[in-house]
Design a protein around this ligand. Structure first.
Ligand SMILES: [Zn+2]
Length: 353
């Protein structure tokens, strides 16, 4: 282990872009499948990786994203009960604690569970219970972001939003994920207007290299009124868009990990866009996205690979990690306390030990 990897591991960190359904470690995935009598088309973690690679031969960009989601769908199809959600939440946060993540905003897709027969009550109670246990055991703080699927209907999303009213205080924000369908910001503008009225914080995926990426990023800001964008790296191609992000203080949650469906050039390109955006003054963070599905890795590995691939100086890593606190949906008191703790840990790290 090198000093730089020890430094990354030692720093208290935040995670702002991680999907709970993409965090299921293989042993847990197979044990949930067995207890729910769900037959997976894979026998091992290696099988899943191979399927993803084969599926991803269609290429990067849109085709890669769609094939990635198809494989993810197979894995998240095992989730059938509230207990499953409780187990994956607890396990995810235990893993996060091992990465020295002290605060996490975790996305979940309620429509996925509903389609598989899990009631909203069971799903939410399960997630919250898993997070409570993890908090009691490890002190890790969690907030939940409810993501709606862009390939599902507006009516369906609105109905789910209405149904979670009793849990309003337990969910910090609303987002959009799944395949990037054309003109999705217009499609979901009534949903976001309603969510804003109810006081939810707002974010949306704008995946990398999708058709109409630039227009989607702009529309998410101007039509949906998002405060953050998940990915959004293509903004670097448009100077006006970069200025808009900076002027409005909209943060990007970047995930420079190389997915199985991407080649080396694509991942190097993602990291390059991320660093150029940061150099232009955009608040950008580094996150793991779907660490277990499929082989993309948890946060420490993501940061270390970015450091190695981009030959990033320590100051850049520190800035990326501090940006996580800056753009987290926490109170300013919490932010100051966490940043003090982070700066102390930075200052105390002995590079020559
Ligand atoms: Zn994501």
């Amino acid at each position: 282990m090198t000093r730089i990897s020890e430094f990354i591991e030692a720093m208290p960190k935040v995670e702002l872009h991680i999907h709970i359904e993409g965090t299921i470690e293989p042993d847990l995935l197979f044990s949930i499948a067995e207890r729910n009598s769900v037959q997976l088309p894979y026998d091992s973690a290696d099988d899943i990786l191979m399927a993803q690679r084969a599926n991803g031969r269609n290429g990067d960009g849109e085709a890669g994203l769609i094939s990635f989601i198809e494989c993810l769908d197979v894995c998240r199809s095992v989730l059938r009960t509230g207990r499953d959600y409780e187990d994956i939440a607890y396990r995810c946060l235990k893993k996060c604690h091992g990465e020295n993540i002290v605060y996490a905003e975790i996305m979940f897709d309620p429509q996925q569970g509903l389609r598989q027969g899990v009631s909203l009550d069971a799903l939410l109670e399960g997630l919250f219970s898993g997070a409570r246990t993890a908090h009691d055991e490890f002190g890790i703080v969690t907030q939940w972001i409810m993501c709606f699927q862009r390939d599902q209907s507006l009516d369906d999303a609105c109905a789910v939003l209405d149904s979670v009213k009793p849990y309003r205080d337990d969910i910090v924000g609303v987002g959009l994920d799944n395949p990037e369908i054309n003109d999705f910001p217009n499609k979901f503008s009534p949903l976001f207007a309603r969510a804003r009225e109810q006081g939810y914080r707002l974010t949306s995926h704008c995946d990398v290299h999708q058709p109409n990426s630039l227009r989607h990023i702009r529309d998410c800001i101007e039509i949906l009124g998002v405060e953050r964008i998940d990915h959004g790296l293509n903004a670097i191609e448009d100077d006006d868009l970069v200025s808009l992000l900076v002027d409005k203080g909209i943060a990007l949650t970047g995930c420079p990990t190389r997915y199985v469906f991407e080649d080396e050039t694509a991942s190097a390109g993602n990291l390059d866009m991320l660093i150029r955006l940061m150099d232009r003054g955009v608040v950008i963070t580094i996150n793991s996205d779907d660490p277990e599905q499929f082989g993309s890795g948890w946060l420490n590995r993501t940061i270390l690979e970015a450091q190695r691939n981009g030959n990033l100086p320590t100051e850049t890593l520190i800035k990326l990690m501090r940006n996580g606190y800056q753009s987290a949906w926490m109170t300013s008191q919490q932010r100051s306390a966490y940043l003090r703790q982070f700066d102390q840990a930075c200052g105390a790290f002995d590079w020559h030990a």
